[in-house]
Design a protein around this ligand. Sequence first.
Ligand SMILES: *Cc1c(COP(=O)(O)O)cnc(C)c1O
Length: 878
Amino acid sequence: MTSTIDPKSIGKPVRPRRHVRTLTGYTPEKDASGRDKWPRGEEKVWKESMRTLDKDVNDVTKSMVTHVQTSLARQPYNIDNLGAYQAAAHSARDNLLINWNDTQMTYTRKAPKRAYYLSLEFLMGRTLDNALLNLGLKDQYKDGVKKLGFSIEDILDQERDAALGNGGLGRLAACYLDSSASQELPVWGYGLRYKYGIFQQLISPAGDQLEAPDPWLDNQNPWELPRLDVTYEVRFYGHADRLDDGTGRAIWQGGQEVLAQAYDVMIPGYGTQTTNNLRLWESKPKRGFDLNSFNAGNYEGAVESSNSAAAITSVLYPNDHTNFTVGKELRLKQQYFWTAASLADILRRFKNLGKPMNELPDYVAIQLNDTHPTLAIPELMRILIDEEDLRWDHAWSIVTNVFFYTNHTVLPEALEKWPVPMIEHVLPRHMQIIYDIRTTDDAISLADSSFKKKYPGDRDRLARMSLIEEGMPKQVRMAHLAVIGSRKVNGVAELHSDLVRTTILKDFVDFEGVSKFGNVTNGITPRRWLDQCNPELSALISKTLKLDKSVWLKDLFKLEGLLPFAEDAAFRKEWAAIKQRNKERLANYVQTTLGLTIRTDAMFDVQIKRIHEYKRQTLNILGVIHRYFTLKNMSAVERKKVNPRVVFFAGKAAPAYFIAKLTIRLIVNVARVINADPDTKDYLQLYFLPDYSVSLAEVLIPASDISQHISTAGTEASGTSNMKFCLNGGLLLGTVDGANIEIAEEVGESNVFFFGHLTPAVEDLRYQHLYHPVPIEQKCPALAHVINQVSAGVFGDGGVYEPLLNTIRQSDYYLLTDDFDSYIAALAMVDEAYLDKDEWVKKSIRTTAKMGKFSSDRAIVEYAESYWNIEPVTIQKS
Ligand SMILES: *Cc1c(COP(=O)(O)O)cnc(C)c1O
């Protein structure tokens, strides 16, 4: 490296701007009377020529046909469903952009405090239907595409899911964006534009999960806007040299420089003009390729650096509550690339306000969705100290008023740690800063300089709380860094937040005071998870409440108005008929996509979520096997009294998670045997639906009678699919865990099926397993029988399943042997309850009626008011 780089140039926009531009648009000059001066031409001509929002069917058809001719460059007679989808998407996007422009202009003018939601995952699903709903243009588009000879259902079905997430955490981020815009809150999301989202799951004939890439951008993505003018340089490696001036400043230079380029995704609010922004970063080489190598004929060498830059945002890591990526340098680079670009962007916007740096917390709140963006904390310190010349204490007081941290798990194996040598290598300056945070006051944090006085000589506590975990190698504990660098910390359901306070962060609660550690129970958007996925139920609710859906979808507590109708037989009949049609819709979907015929006169029992030992799909499948043997042992007459049941599973396993993959294999092979058994197939069917996604969830959830959320107590932080099912009138079978508890509080315990040991018992039970093990045959004969049959090969090669079965026979960390009997009893209670159809439908209605609390609107307003201190902004028309 020859040239010395001024550290102040890092994070500056790469392209010089010729106009006075802000990020979000042109800032016009003022004329003599103080009004915006139009740069050229006549204002009147401009205004009359502006594209306005579509109003009626004619606007829609005109706009779609224009896009067929122009954006798609195709002939009208040559348009298939995909073409019609693309035309409709482009046309809807025009509408979104009108509101998006007005929103960004209003934010720039009014300069409110804004919140930024940093999430490595956004599991958005499909966009067109949601865009039309939020724009209030669903009917116009339905009629418009019909006039053009298409059906809206077929067109919506053409869209690929945007699956830039693994599961609940990414879907939560998507729901929060929807609610922020719907509540007119100035919130932007920041994430990565992965070229490949979560892998596509295929199931081999033997029942193995196979992973295929998800090239979701292959058909182009009409919902994003490349911003060629918004790029930042991000540095990796190199060396950081401290200055000798006693300021703690350093110069970081050399290494690799990569460009971050912005893509903006429009996030419309429901029934508002607010259209917020989700900014996703793509990595690009700073220079296309090395010209010297190219000239020397070394073509491969020439593109090498460009490949390594592009690799940063090429693929989403397929982990969920499981850290198989520990020690993967590329994942660390992803995290830094994303936080550095996002912070540079946020700071540039703040600087345009012309305010001094110490006012940053008055204008900016940054939410860290899990520890993935924790590097933003040392990165902001680096910028404030090395580039802005602030003193350490001053910088630290700014940082600790800007960030907020949401914890998503107390599972020890899911807590992020990065090896110190790796951070030293990839981010040498950040490692210095992390050490400085640690050694300042020889303690944990500047928040209380009396730390040593408070705990004189308590070395154990200091070691427990340290940012650095001793060992070979030493590791940085990201959760500790997130806690001390944030203004507030929250868990995602009451029980989980309690566990955070009393277990993994207990020392920090003692040290910093309990008021820093709060709770915001997760929520889901009722637009997607009721109105869009279950339109018939939504219509029935509106009719019954005598309210337009635009009212109750924004004030979900209004659903309580359904309660009296539980006693109305005619209403119950309509309610049940809709459930039935949703089952038929699901059966139809399975028939067309998988060629399987599903009976629809049965109870639909659903467990769909990432496959993980803590979620205990294994408990469910062993329960299914138990039911199968019970049925086999019945006489034909006895069997006739049994309620038919169809059990559905769906979910992906992390590709390196061997035990989770074995669970899938077991489910698939049990299904093969059960579904072919003439004795039982009229009473029990089992399906594993491959490639779980948001769109699959939207078909499965409205069809469910009962859904299973059966994690070992204390392991599921919240869960959100439990909320989706209950909102759609599916009853809940679950453990006393996560948000199940709060759902039961709302809907009443008589309307949920709880089983299993409670959280306080778990530690002791695990201890018993280790130190006083009791053979399964003795402890739980029913389970022992099931396990032995699997082992004996009733469902194909028994030996294959030994590693899975051994997790139960040995330490049984997730307590299947402790909970199996009460699980089977709970399933029997579900059967019994289902026999009384009337009572069952009443429970279903009462459940939906009491789900108001679980709207993500409620959750996001809690963040806005209790954490970020931001207010709604009314959007002005341009
Ligand atoms: C809601 C949702 C999840 C989260 O499900 P949990 O059961 O809460 O873990 C995961 N994946 C998808 C596609 C979802 O829609």
